[in-house]
Design a protein around this ligand. Structure first.
Ligand code: IPM
Ligand code: MN
Length: 351
């Protein structure tokens, strides 16, 4: 197969972790006889510096015409401490999601047998956890009407959802549930919010099309609690943009390191693959960041291209590296800490 993949390394540790995913993907391409054509493009603070824009039109063209986008991380402390900054790296990410129509954010949380004791949660609580939070990504309060009034003393952000936005996300959730354990949980705040009541109404109306799927409805505050009490009780969850943002950060600690979990953002055409961690500026350039979340994001990319054996080969070699202690410092626990680039080399060599 011939693949054109847009490569958006972004900021902080982005370029370093992306390099490892490229190494591993190229090794996969060689092993399985594919041809990958990487198309690097600018995004984030790096793009602001170069052209004054965090998601330049040129980058959009490259992404829109690619088979998939592999993305590193976005964000730079220079902007975080400056409330007056007019352009921010994060705006690039939001613009990219919107312009590429990436409405469904797939964020899995699973445990690695060899890392279970690294989790802040007790082993017996998290064993068997394998859930997916499907977060709506192009609507809700992130993109609703916002502003200031009363001379700036009142600020507002509005959470608006249209039925079709809920339907297309829920459809993905039902389909995913059908391929897994046929359990779907709709997470909302329908006891308070009108938009959440539209979510419930919409999902309830779809239940008849998927009679085999057992659907539950839970309030987001209760889910925040249950997610750390009994994460293994969940399978596929669907939720609004902001709720999903918060819950997926919460869920990310279950596995034991922020550096482990991959994600995809799916649209009607091109999809984007990225680690769930941020740009980790303190580690930038030090060759110490964990590249596994990005490598596993590449596995999700292959999986979505129906290259299942390729995806599995990546997951297998990642498990092997963990079992053999070929890990970066976040997982080294006093043992030998490998460099980011050494982990990438090892994975590529051991495929
Ligand atoms: C995420 C991030 C982004 C979000 C930020 C950087 C805009 O937190 O991908 O979860 O809030 O969606
Ligand atoms: Mn987030």
């Amino acid at each position: 197969m011939k693949l054109n993949i847009a490569l958006l390394a972004g900021d902080g540790i982005g370029p370093e972790v992306i390099d490892q995913a490229v190494k591993v993907s190229n090794a996969i391409a060689q092993k399985f006889n594919h041809e990958i054509n990487w198309k690097p493009a600018l995004t984030g603070a790096a793009a602001i510096e170069a052209v004054g824009e965090p998601y330049p039109d040129e980058t959009h063209e490259i992404c829109a015409n690619a088979d998939a986008v592999l993305f590193g991380a976005i964000g730079h402390p220079r902007f975080d401490n400056d409330p007056s900054a007019k352009v921010r790296p994060e705006q690039g990410l939001l613009k990219m999601r919107q312009k590429l129509g990436l409405f469904a954010n797939v964020r899995p949380t699973f445990t690695f047998p060899s890392l279970i004791d690294k989790s802040p949660l007790k082993r017996e609580r998290i064993e068997g956890t394998d859930l997916i939070i499907l977060r709506e990504l192009t609507g809700g309060i992130y993109f609703g009407e916002r502003g200031r009034k009363d001379n700036g003393d009142t600020a507002y952000d509005t959470m608006t959802y249209q039925r079709f936005e809920i339907q297309r996300l829920a459809k993905k959730g039902f389909e995913m549930a059908m391929k897994r354990s046929k359990k779907l949980c709709c997470v909302d705040k329908a006891n308070v919010l009108e938009s959440s009541r539209l979510w419930r109404e919409t999902v309830q109306a779809m239940e008849k099309d998927y009679p085999e799927v057992e659907v539950t409805y839970e309030f987001v505050d209760a889910v925040a609690m249950r997610l750390v009490q009994w994460p293994s009780a969940y399978d596929v969850m669907i939720t609004a943009n902001l709720f999903g943002d918060i819950l997926t950060d919460e869920a990310s600690v279950i596995a034991g390191s922020m550096g482990l979990m991959p994600s995809s953002s799916v649209g009607s055409k091109v999809s984007l693959y990225e680690p769930i961690h941020g740009s980790y500026p303190q580690a930038a350039g030090k060759d110490i960041a964990n590249p596994l979340a990005t490598v596993l994001s590449a596995a999700m990319l292959f999986e979505d291209m129906d290259l299942t054996a390729e995806a599995q080969a990546i997951r297998d070699v990642v498990n092997k590296s963990l079992a053999e202690g070929v890990v970066t410092e976040d997982l080294a626990d006093g043992g030998k800490a490998y460099k980011t680039s050494e982990v990438g080399d090892w994975l590529a060599a051991n495929l």
